[in-house]
Design a protein around this ligand. Structure first.
Ligand SMILES: Nc1ncnc2c1ncn2[C@@H]1O[C@H](COP(=O)(O)OP(=O)(O)OP(=O)(O)O)[C@@H](O)[C@H]1O
Length: 299
């Protein structure tokens, strides 16, 4: 469990974090979203212990990152925004070397490496030099490294950035497996469709402050609108007229949108049945427009 407690961070005179608090529970995937410069990386770096907060704390499984850094960081797997591995060594050899820090014997580390390389889609590239890895491959490698100590908590900073669709799929499967195992996962991302499909909860950060924190299922309710979208087999003027009893319909490219929908879905279905209903449902806003709505109110 990761508890961010009233974090404040100044870089010189500039205040990047303004008293931010939130929690990532065990067995939960939390999406961390915000515009460039909102303070996501700063928060994550503080949580890993590589950056010191001006005030506040991050508590990981009961251990404070500021007071008990060793214990707190032991149980954190971190994938940085831009993993830089310029080493002139083979990837698997470097993996084994890092595993040595966790006192994992060489043989065990090699077989663990092979298994994890496969899990992140790097099979067959074990003997390539890290300096020759592409940015996406470095991300995949960093993912494998974050799993070495089997930590209980994960911080993924823009992990999807630079990953191809296959890499994104690997990450998705990995995150869901970790969640099932009861790990606490915080992942920052600008790809809101991925956040929407993966996260149990979303924390919105804007200019160093949390502007909203919501469960995904509640966000989904927020993103549905009171407009109804109907596709008919024969979308005639007559059908459009029938829709007027339920709101303000418009017909475009065979799709009827009934704005300000009032009434029962069942009644609409009954009224439009003669015109052959192919599809009917509420219009959904995407998470992206909701995001701009949220930060728009917090400028
Ligand atoms: N080392 C630093 N020195 C001075 N200012 C910094 C430093 N690191 C970050 N900042 C500033 O702190 C603010 C937060 O930066 P941070 O990298 O945490 O944002 P972010 O939400 O991760 O952004 P992005 O989505 O672009 O990665 C920004 O205004 C940034 O310019």
């Amino acid at each position: 469990m990761i508890r961010v407690e009233n974090l404040v961070k100044f870089y010189g005179n500039f205040q990047a974090l303004k008293g931010e608090s939130f929690t990532v529970n065990d067995g939960e995937i939390v999406g961390f979203v915000g515009l460039n410069g909102a303070g996501k990386t700063t928060t994550i770096k503080i949580a890993t212990g590589v950056l010191y907060p001006t005030s506040g704390d991050v508590v990981i499984d009961g251990y404070s990152i500021t007071k008990d850094k060793k214990k707190a960081s032991e149980n954190v797997g971190w994938v940085p925004e831009l993993p830089i591995f310029e080493q002139d060594v083979k990837a698997l050899d470097y993996f084994v070397y890092i595993a040595g820090y966790y006192k994992i014997p060489t043989n065990e580390a090699r077989s663990m490496g092979k298994r994890l390389f496969e899990e992140v889609g790097l099979s067959g590239r074990e003997n390539d030099k890290l300096k020759n890895y592409s940015q996406g491959m470095k991300k995949r490698f960093a993912l494998a490294v974050s799993l070495i100590s089997n930590p209980k908590n994960f911080l993924f900073d823009e992990v999807l950035n630079g990953l191809d669709p296959e890499g994104i799929q690997f990450f998705r499967n990995l995150a869901l497996r970790l969640k099932k195992e009861g790990k606490a996962i915080l992942f920052s991302s600008h790809i809101l469709s991925e956040v929407e499909s993966l996260a149990d909860r979303v924390v919105f950060l804007h200019k160093g402050k949390i502007v909203k924190e919501e469960r995904m299922e509640d966000l989904r309710k927020l993103v549905s609108t009171n407009a109804l979208r109907v596709i008919l087999n024969s979308p005639s003027e007559e059908a459009l007229k029938a829709c007027k009893d339920f709101g303000e319909p418009t017909l475009n490219n065979g799709v009827i949108i009934i704005q300000n929908f009032k009434g029962d879905l069942e009644d609409v279905v009954r009224a439009l049945k003669p015109y052959g209903i192919l599809d009917i449902g509420y219009v959904r806003q995407d998470l992206e427009s909701l995001f701009f709505q949220i930060i728009g109110g917090n400028q």
